[in-house]
Write a protein that binds this ligand. Structure first.
Ligand SMILES: [Zn+2]
Length: 327
């Protein structure tokens, strides 16, 4: 049975279709020319989407073409508004929206100003669009340790109104790199999330899943995360499953993202039905619905594979609110 999902726990603003659709306006608001790589297709959402969905284009470069347009407070405000409006129109009541302020400083915005601009825009969406947008302040993990610490300090100032998250290249920058930043938030109201168990080197293949699992362990036991993004091999490790259930750690899964990026060969590997039956607070998410399949497809394909029972479908619906980070 297909669940009716009314909220998201894992949604990158700069990878969302809503924001990508407004690229020409955003570049104008940032006072920058549209980069030559997309200049000829920027006005045509279909053509633009084709460029961004091309697996041969570098993912980091794709993100930079979008974050490149979000370099002033005005552009950030505009983008967040479009994002929230679109998600509301799609029927969502609650979304956790991810952004990494370090990518928005090319035209002189300070990391703190970028974070404030995102936060304020999300708060105003709450009050007049009828959707609760809860921000995740993300450390792009290639940042040096000091930048990670600076970002965690900003999250602390918001006293639980923003979560801390770790995004991007997990293979080159495993979770322990930013332990000093995460440690600062221990004992505070800041919720900690982390992309872990998503992305490690494919070779040696024999240890691929074990290395993914090692990063999940680091995120749980060292970074003391309240939530984990992806956690691909979780079901292989009953002791980790027990830990996340007992400690109320939520898992924001993005099955079609994992499939499209080649992190899994089939979505069966994620064993979502088993995780739900074990009581894991698991949710379905698109990750980046501009580059990757939209949420309706995520729900449809997962249901086709896992044939969710009525109880599993209910859990997927209720976990959105039960596992929400918003205070
Ligand atoms: Zn993600």
């Amino acid at each position: 049975m297909q669940p009716r999902i009314r909220g998201l726990h894992h949604d990158h603003v700069d990878g969302s279709l809503a924001v990508a659709k407004t690229l020409p306006e955003l570049y104008e608001l940032s006072g920058l020319p549209i980069p030559s790589a997309i200049a000829s297709v920027a006005d045509d959402t279909e053509e633009l989407a084709k460029f961004f969905r091309n697996p041969h284009e570098n993912l980091v470069k794709k993100f930079s073409l979008i974050t490149g347009a979000l370099q002033t407070e005005e552009a950030i405000r505009y983008a967040v508004r479009e994002y929230a409006r679109t998600r509301r129109r799609e029927g969502y009541r609650y979304v956790e929206a991810y952004f990494a302020p370090q990518y928005h400083t090319k035209r002189g915005l300070a990391v703190r100003d970028a974070a404030n601009a995102f936060y304020n825009a999300m708060r105003s969406a709450d009050s007049d669009l009828g959707i609760k947008v809860f921000p995740h302040l993300c450390i792009g993990r290639e940042a040096d340790v000091e930048t990670g610490i600076a970002i965690a300090k900003i999250a602390l100032e918001y006293d639980g109104e923003m979560a801390l998250n770790l995004v991007c290249d997990e293979a080159a920058h495993p979770p322990e790199k930013h332990l000093p930043a995460y440690k600062l938030t221990f004992g505070s109201k800041v919720k900690r999330d982390c992309h872990a168990g998503e992305w490690v080197a494919k070779e040696p293949a024999a240890t691929y899943r074990a290395r993914l699992a090692a990063n999940i362990r680091t995120a749980l036991f060292d970074l003391r995360c309240d939530g984990i993004g992806h956690a691909i091999p979780l079901a292989d490790h009953p002791e980790l499953v027990s830990y996340v259930v007992d400690h109320g750690v939520r898992i924001s899964g993005c099955p079609l993202s994992n499939l499209a990026c080649g992190a899994v060969k089939t979505i069966e590997e994620l064993r979502i039905g088993e995780l739900l039956d074990r009581g894991v607070c698991y949710t379905l998410n698109p990750d980046d619905d501009f580059f990757l399949p939209p949420m309706e497809e995520v729900v449809e394909k997962c249901d086709a594979v896992f044939r969710f029972t009525e109880s599993q479908a209910r859990q997927l619906e209720e976990n959105v609110f039960g596992g929400a980070f918003a205070p």
